[in-house]
Design a protein around this ligand. Sequence first.
Ligand code: CO
Ligand code: ZN
Length: 330
Amino acid sequence: MQDLIKEITAVFGPSGSEEKIREVIKNKISDYVDEVETDKLGNLIAYKKGNGQGKRIMLAAHMDQIGLLVTHIDDDGFLRFTNIGGVKPHRLIGQRFIFADGTVGTVGVEKVDEEKDIKLDKLYLDIGASSKDEATKRARIGDSVVYYPQFNLSGNRIISSYLDDRIGCIVLIKVLEELKESPHDIYFVFTVQEEVGLRGARTAAYKIEPDLAIAVDVTATGDTPKAPTMAVSLGDGAAIKIKDSASITHPMIKELLISTAEKYNIKYQLEVLERGGTDAGSIHLTKGGIPSGTVSIPTRYIHSPAEMADLGDVEESIRLLTKLLEEEIE
Ligand code: CO
Ligand code: ZN
């Protein structure tokens, strides 16, 4: 699985530019599904047929990454940018970023009096060009960049850029590989544009109109020095979300996840995330309402280039979803 994580987290795909990662995932899953299509917004929807007795279930993990988008190129060849999704300005300084074509740059900062003055408009991307002419040969307005891929394994923990939410994509891929028989018609959806407002999941849910839906995404933890109080820790198992700022898990889904975990001795923890959301936030508000929930992979340093998750938690999340899908649902 480490190799798969290393491969998938390194594929370019910021919100709105998910073409490459979609192809990679499509190739990994096509042997395991009955149908696969790309919808009009770019979501990859893979369908696995049930036996006609079960429910219509949607699983969602987002393919897109946070990043930066070029807004201006100055006469000296420096690039200014805006954010794609939630980036913290002071965390960008000194980081390497990569364009779709492999061009690499690093982020520098103008002279500021105090650290708190570091806003996006004080930062620039330096791609090593010495003039506007040279820069425009390598970058255009509207181009986007993502953190230069970095992956390490430290004990049982992965340190990587873009565990959010490529680790969720990997959970879905693994569930597909491991799922033997299921009574349910299952839609494995790899969504676009989650990081800019849970957008792809909305149209996918509308089209699929599932009986129930489960998003798979990362969640924050409370287990680091003086972290905000939160009862989620790395290594304590799959996190079953109760609430975040975009959704409250439907009671039926909550019970289904908890009872499945209990029945199969799957390590789990209950999660309340005070800020943040997942694709479930837009899915559950679709059409007449869709009972939805989220299985989360506990992750430290979310949206930094060095996110950290525990391999055991990933395994437990895969088991939880696989077992849930194998059984009848009342
Ligand atoms: Co995110
Ligand atoms: Zn995410």
